[in-house]
Write a protein that binds this ligand. Structure first.
Ligand SMILES: [Zn+2]
Length: 273
């Protein structure tokens, strides 16, 4: 599932492929993928600004419309020529000037493209927590957001309302690097340990961005190349940690958690769990 580094990599790829070319149309190939009225009115248009919020790509058009793209589980955007058959699993596409096409390919079909007026973008987004790479995401923020939450810290890090953009892979890697047990109870973690979590969150995400994200299953860049951070994972889908200890596999919220019981001892774990 694309997380912050993968979504940012896709966004950067779309912006550099598109340059000043105009998007000339948006076409739905799978019912429900494209949402929003006035699709004819919104095109053609150039991109005025593009940004990421959590796992959402927000493309602001020069004519007062905006596109919100959510890749969800398996969505990807692929830059291609405007010719030939639709790809397998292609759910929608943008036509682009000079014979180009931006294809939205999504085997699991959970991804969405929403077109709306620019001033309504926030209404189409859920309540999202701090951006982890921004200064607002610090230990004091995390402590405040966790103060009433008796949930495992792994679950809290994946809660988009607490911090936006982290999913399963990076939650596992952040907690390994911080030495924190994924079952540590969120509102019992000491400030010093929250500081480690915040520092490792920023470090892991920044490193993953440098490597254009992690490709463990479907993720591809806009040019269909893989990301590179999978070479640097320490516990996710590993048999042993870098110290040679066996990695333990468990579940949080239905998602597989990987952690090292020897390296990750910080934070008090609920004895009832
Ligand atoms: Zn270990």
């Amino acid at each position: 599932m694309p997380e912050l580094p993968e979504v940012q990599t896709v966004l950067d790829g779309v912006v550099s492929s598109l340059g000043s070319l105009r998007l000339t149309g948006l076409y739905d190939l799978y019912p429900g993928t494209v949402k929003g009225a006035n699709i004819e009115e919104a095109f053609p248009a150039r991109l005025k600004n593009a940004r990421r919020r959590g796992k959402y790509i927000i493309m602001e058009l020069e004519n007062g419309y905006a596109l919100i793209i959510h890749l969800r589980m398996t969505g990807k955007l692929v830059w291609d020529k405007d010719e030939g058959e639709a790809h397998r699993h292609e759910r929608a596409y943008f036509t682009v000037e000079k014979g180009n096409r931006l294809r939205f390919i999504d085997p699991r079909t959970f991804g969405k493209i929403t077109l709306c007026p620019l001033d309504e973008v926030e209404n189409h987004l859920p309540a999202l927590g701090a951006e982890p790479l921004e200064a607002e995401f610090d230990a004091a923020y995390l402590q405040e957001r966790l103060q009433n939450r008796r949930i495992p810290i792994k679950t809290a890090l994946m809660d988009q309302g607490i911090v936006a953009g982290i999913g399963n892979i990076y939650a596992c890697e952040i907690l390994y690097r911080a030495g924190i047990n994924p079952d540590a109870i969120s509102n019992e973690i000491k400030l010093a340990h929250l500081k480690r979590i915040v520092a490792e969150t920023k470090a892991v995400l920044a490193e993953a961005l440098l490597h254009n994200g992690t490709s463990v299953s479907d993720f591809r860049q806009v040019d269909d190349k893989q990301g590179g951070f999978q070479e640097f994972l320490r516990v996710y889908q590993k048999e042993s940690c870098p110290q040679g200890h066996p990695v333990k596999r468990s579940k949080h919220g239905g998602r597989s958690t990987f952690h090292c019981p020897i390296c990750q001892t910080k934070g008090r774990v609920n004895p009832a769990k």
